[in-house]
Write a new protein. Structure first.
Length: 680
């Protein structure tokens, strides 16, 4: 079992600096989110985990800025199982067993720790917690500068996060420090952290601490004058307890109750039907505002100017990016949606090298090559297959976009950077699906050939490397409707290098479509492609469609290795059992025995043996001398009485002594009656 360190602290409290220091001390951290002016040493975060937290908060109806704790009992709700499974998959993929000591950091852990603890334990890791706190007035100042939070909001949020974090980690191995202590004397703090957690850091701690300096503490404290007195006193009491290392549960329970009291006060005012302050309370707030179905559930920092600057800097380091050709499909009636898709492509931080539009309606698009396609069944998809194969001869990558669908501004650049760094043959990403109750993110699984054989799960906005596509035979118009799934299976057969971008950059619009191919035709052609793939892999099988489109069963006939059928016959209805046994013995030869078990002393099961024997004349029996104490019943001549309630029909020497008990059963069962038959 490996050890996991969860860095649990409020926003702008030194969690990134501590994570970077521990990473240099030998703890495995990921730093996928690039450094910026707010965190010059890097964030040490995993974007797909941030997205998971955002999805979780959306499901619970809260936001990270919400001063209320998560709903009571949230971690035990049935709908949390999918989040646990998703988190389990990420942790297993990111931190395999060879990583003996690893860490995670994000302020959301103050509230989501129970979910992360459960998933970590499921994945075979032992969780530990490091609480890090920063002077609340400095943290509030940093929040005001970065996120625009007011002083009172930031301080009450600090209280809520701090009390939630303390309460949820009481049962775990944990330790505490402040950001000021870390910056002032890191060489003393790191050994103390290791000792209190019972962990050993492998690398030189002096070198690990070398990158920390006082310049990281750049925020000036906000003044406390004019703040609500109850809030001010509660903040000061909590910060004093932290500085004094007073972590008595009773004290912190009192702090939690006082925080909840303040939050409840605000919640009651906000729920008023009359306006208390501008934009706070009133009927407009009491009524649920309509959701914006186009609102993007991604964190805003993924598409802000700082993110753009970071990605462009990485592009400058890499050099020229792969050339992408996008084919935009607009079947009949979808011409008005073309503009929306084109605008999203033109707004890319790294626009495609070439865009072609295939349209069934007349279109005039200056500067865009337009190919007119007949308004006929399957014509659009067949034209797309030909155009993609042609484009693959000159482009590094080709991709398809349906009219109406969109790409987030950072989408093409992130995919291109991944393509340049990985040299992948195929790339895909997560997607955003708008709906009436709010957009949600379809989190796609990682690349797995076995999963692909069971489901066409890659969806749309897949990049295909040109040379690899042509080497695999290109798109086959005979598979129209399942043309991409067919190519993906052929890529899998060739051992293609596939990469998933764990970012929701593709936006699927309601009503967007590529062709009018019926679902039944897609299912049939997908099954044909899958059957051919399985046959080529030496796994020939009959492919059957499951309940939902795009999911498949594989049915294979294999030799029965030998199956034993066991039935408890107490209280059995003899006519029904007789019918079942007759049919059983009348069918194909059985590969194993049939065992009937009766615990009743006078079981009627044996009375039907003669009829079963007639149905299965190849079934032979042997017998033993009658018991001297019990009269023999009138059985067929091939049967004789054995000690009371032990009835046996013995086939081909298959015998187990009643003195030692039946194979797999404990000796000493209360005189059961056994009958065992096997086809001869």
């Amino acid at each position: 079992m490996s050890d996991a360190i969860f860095i649990v602290g409020y926003y702008r409290s030194g969690t990134s600096a501590l994570s970077g220091t521990l990473e240099k001390a030998g703890v495995k951290f990921y730093n996928d989110a690039d450094a910026n002016e707010h965190n010059p040493l890097g964030f040490y975060e995993i974007p797909e985990l941030i997205q998971l937290d955002v999805d979780l908060f959306n499901r619970l109806g809260v936001d990270w800025t919400d001063v209320r704790s998560l709903p009571a009992g949230w971690a035990e709700r049935p709908d949390m199982a999918s989040f646990t499974a998703r988190l389990d998959e990420i942790l297993r993929r990111r931190f395999p067993p060879r990583e003996r000591l690893w860490g995670l950091k994000h302020p959301h852990l103050c509230r989501t720790l129970p979910l992360y603890e459960r998933a970590a334990r499921q994945a075979g890791h032992s969780p530990h917690v490091v609480h890090i706190f920063r002077d609340p007035w400095a943290a509030a100042s940093s929040q005001a500068r970065k996120n625009g939070l007011t002083r009172a909001h930031a301080l009450l949020l600090w209280l809520s996060y701090a009390t939630d974090a303390e309460r949820q980690a009481r049962h775990l191995p944990r330790t505490w420090l402040t950001y000021q202590e870390l910056l002032a004397d890191p060489q003393a703090q790191l050994p103390r952290i290791g000792a209190e957690l019972g962990l050993t850091f492998k690398r030189d701690l002096r070198a690990a601490c070398a990158h920390l300096n006082g310049q990281l503490n750049r925020s000036e404290n906000l003044p406390s004058e004019g703040l609500s007195q109850p809030l001010r006193r509660l903040v000061e009491a909590t910060w004093a307890a932290i500085q004094a290392r007073h972590f008595d549960p009773g004290l912190w329970d009192e702090l939690t109750e006082e925080t909840a009291d303040l939050v409840g006060f605000l919640n009651e005012i906000g729920a008023s039907r009359a306006r208390a302050l501008p934009a706070f309370g009133g009927a407009a707030m009491a009524a649920e505002a309509p959701r914006d179905v186009t609102a993007m559930p991604r964190p805003s920092e993924r598409t802000d100017e700082a993110a753009k600057a970071r990605l462009l800097a990485i592009q400058n380091q890499i050099g020229a990016l792969p050339r992408l050709t996008v084919l935009l499909a607009a079947p009949a009636g979808q011409a008005p949606a073309v503009t929306q898709s084109l605008e999203s492509l033109r707004a890319q931080w790294a626009p495609p090298a070439l865009i072609k539009v295939l349209a069934a309606d007349a279109l005039s698009l200056p500067g865009i090559e337009t190919i007119t396609v007949a308004d006929a069944p399957e014509a659009m998809t067949r034209a797309l297959c030909a155009a993609l194969n042609d484009a693959a001869r000159s482009a590094d990558y080709v991709a398809i976009l349906n009219a109406g669908d969109m790409i987030t501004p950072d989408g093409c650049l992130r995919m291109a950077l991944l393509a340049a760094q990985s040299q992948a043959d195929l790339l895909y990403s997560d997607e955003i699906v708008p709906r009436a109750e709010g957009a949600w993110i379809r989190q796609k699984p990682g690349w797995d050939v076995t999963r692909l054989r069971q489901a066409a799960y890659l969806g749309d906005w897949v990049w295909y490397q040109g040379e690899a596509l042509l080497a695999a035979g290109g798109f086959d118009e005979r598979r129209a409707g399942a043309e991409e799934y067919d190519v993906q299976l052929r890529f899998a057969a060739r051992g293609a290098r596939v990469e998933r971008l764990p970012e929701a950059i593709f936006i699927r619009q309601p009503g967007a479509k590529r062709d009018d191919i019926a679902p039944q035709i897609f299912c049939a052609r997908a099954a044909e492609a899958l059957s051919a793939h399985l046959a080529g892999a030496g796994l020939a099988a009959e492919v059957q469609n499951r309940q939902h489109m795009g999911l498949f069963h594989h049915v294979r006939l294999t030799q029965d290795p030998g199956t034993s059928l066991i039935m408890l016959c107490d209280g059995v209805e003899i006519p029904r059992l007789d019918q079942w046994m007759t049919g059983l013995f009348s069918g194909p030869a059985l590969s194993g025995p049939v065992i009937l078990v009766a615990t009743e002393r006078e079981s009627p099961v044996g009375l039907t043996w003669a009829r079963w024997r007639g149905a299965a004349p190849s079934c032979r029996a042997r017998c033993w001398p009658a018991s001297p104490t019990t009269p023999a019943p009138r059985w067929p001549r091939r049967w004789r009485w054995h000690p009371p309630s032990w009835w046996r029909c013995w086939m081909r020497g298959c015998w187990r002594s009643p003195r030692t008990g039946w194979k797999g059963c404990a000796p000493g069962w209360p005189t059961p009656a056994w009958r065992r038959w096997r086809r001869g």
